[in-house]
Design a protein around this ligand. Structure first.
Ligand SMILES: [Zn+2]
Length: 169
């Protein structure tokens, strides 16, 4: 059975005691978290983010580069002024290289030029060290001309085996 078949039933339970319909669009605490899509990462509970407090931008690895489009929207249109980069141990981004993934995608459809061309355009933004990747992403945001000057940017790691968050920078 596909998991989506459970959604409506689960949502009915959520709606039963939902009382946050009054929240405004801009995040109340004016901050953004950039983090990984990893199924073990749950920023709301791990960092104490309440509904309506913050933007949480998620992608593979929690890449700031990948998140930039959303960061600009978050800052310029919705008033956020602080960014936390939140990467984690045992991240899938530690396990491959862009060229390997491109080869894998191409090998699944040999001779398909459209697939080859499309995948060659994607930088998968993998990394070899979690703390270094956090520092690099913080630096990327601090130096990016599209990020508002004076934005507080912090970097964090999360340990998936202990649940512990640690400030890196
Ligand atoms: Zn990850």
């Amino acid at each position: 059975m596909s998991v989506h078949l459970e959604f409506l039933k689960k949502n009915e339970q959520y709606v039963a005691d939902f009382d946050k319909g009054h929240l405004p669009l801009p995040p109340a605490k004016k901050y953004t978290v950039v983090t990984c899509m990893d199924a073990r990462v749950e920023p709301a509970r791990q960092l104490g983010i309440e509904l309506g407090d913050a933007h949480v931008i998620r992608n593979a690895g929690g890449s700031a580069k990948d998140a930039l489009r959303s960061v600009v929207i978050s800052q310029r249109l919705l008033g956020t002024r602080e960014i936390a980069v939140f990467h984690h141990t045992d991240c899938g981004m530690l396990t491959f290289l862009t060229n390997d993934l491109r080869s894998l995608v191409k090998a699944a459809e040999p001779g398909n030029a459209a697939v080859a061309e499309a995948v060659d355009k994607i930088e998968f933004l993998e990394f070899a060290d979690v703390e270094e990747s956090v520092k690099a992403d913080v630096k990327f945001l601090q130096e990016n001309p599209l990020v508002l000057k004076g934005t507080t940017v912090t970097g964090w790691t999360y340990d998936v085996t202990t649940g512990k968050a640690k400030r890196v920078i």
